[in-house]
Ligand binder design. Structure first.
Ligand code: MRU
Length: 358
């Protein structure tokens, strides 16, 4: 399965080449494939904020490379480069609040920096650390795809109709995706009839990104309005909802793209299984409960315009972009360390003590 997935790899969002970070501009997809080049950490922070790059693991990986860019600039400037670097860490940490992979990746880079010996080459070692974060995410994607597809095989067998939300694919990670990694594996295993992709208002990650990624792989995909999901569960034989996550609290509550919570409520009502696929870098053991997660709210203009054109008058609008799905609505959390069924605080703590499986 790993070989099949690797051979089918088509889409990627992040490239680190010759000391420069290249990001596929996800705002322009699916009609334009524009790669932007980044030489400075402040520009990467802005790329994260403005959604050139998005998706929890991809944000973390980009921030790690941004620290390498920052370190190079601070070393060239001379003086107290360690103190100066603090401002770069802070700028990146302030770019988006919910995806914990951002803070996890910055902590990995900070820890590596703190372990440097006086004889070490800081730039070479920090670059190796960022590349390791990127590579580790690719590996985690592969392991999760195998574990997730195994659950589908065991629990329901052939010809599944799967529903997904937002984009948890190659564009959102360093590899094949989390939720879309499992979906790709199900396709290669002959288990898939069709994927239904919620369009995902207001950024349309489902119709612009997920449908594009899956169609490029020849995977049968149909886009639906977010509000059609309950109806599809009732009428289209949906067997699983499979989504990614931006932050998983210590009790198994899951923050993900706005609309995930209502999918979980609807899935429970219709007897549809609910799977969350996320690397352990998305698990935040320091946050006890989902209610403690900071949920990003973006500008109301994102809701009141479509394709740059205003679609409503001068009215009030609320644009929370994440919600929290309580653990008791979740059947499985799939990570590279293993699977947690019916998550709770104890099972999440046990998971985090395990080593990664591959
Ligand atoms: O606002 P976005 O597009 O960054 O939100 C992304 C999501 O909600 C994804 O589902 C999540 O980050 C998981 S990506 C593997």
């Amino acid at each position: 399965m790993r070989e099949q997935l690797l051979a089918a790899e088509k889409v990627k969002a992040i490239e680190w080449r010759d000391g420069v970070l290249h990001l596929l501009d996800q705002r322009a997809l699916p009609f334009e494939e524009t790669w932007l080049s980044y030489h400075a950490a402040a520009d990467v922070a802005e790329a994260i904020r403005s959604m050139v790059v998005r998706g929890a693991p991809a944000i973390g990986i980009s921030a790690a490379y941004a620290i390498v860019l920052a370190l190079r600039a601070r070393l060239q400037a001379g003086g107290d480069w360690r103190a100066a670097l603090d401002a770069d860490f802070q700028l990146l940490a302030d770019s988006r609040p919910t995806a914990v992979n951002l803070f996890w990746a910055l902590k990995c880079m900070r820890d590596r920096l703190d372990r440097l010996k006086s004889t070490d080459d800081p730039l070479a070692l920090l670059e190796a650390c960022a590349v390791g974060i990127h590579q580790g995410d690719r590996e985690a994607n592969l392991t999760m795809a195998e574990l997730g597809v195994d659950l589908i095989r065991r629990h329901q067998g052939n010809q599944q109709n799967l529903l997904t939300h937002c984009n948890a694919g190659a564009l959102a990670t360093g590899g094949f995706g989390t939720a879309l990694g499992v979906i790709r594996a199900a396709f290669h295993d002959g288990l898939l009839e069709r994927v239904y992709a919620d369009e995902t208002r207001p950024w349309l990650q489902g119709s612009r990104l997920t449908a594009w990624e899956l169609a490029a792989d020849g995977i049968p995909v149909t886009v639906n309005a977010d509000s059609a999901a309950a109806h599809l569960m009732k009428t289209r034989g949906i067997t699983w909802v499979i989504v990614g996550a931006d932050r998983i609290a210590a009790n198994g509550d899951v923050a993900n793209k706005i609309g995930t919570y209502q999918l979980a409520v609807n899935a429970m009502h219709h007897g549809v299984r609910f799977m969350v696929v996320a690397p352990s870098s998305t698990i935040d053991m320091a946050t006890e409960h989902g209610d403690d997660i900071v949920l990003e709210e973006r500008d109301a203009s994102e809701l009141l315009a479509l394709g740059g054109k205003r679609i409503a008058g001068d009215i009030d609008a609320l644009n929370p972009v994440f919600d929290v799905t309580p653990a008791d609505l979740i059947d499985f959390i799939v990570t590279e360390k293993g699977v947690v069924d019916r998550p709770d605080t104890e099972k999440m703590a046990q998971l985090m003590c395990r080593k990664r499986l591959h």
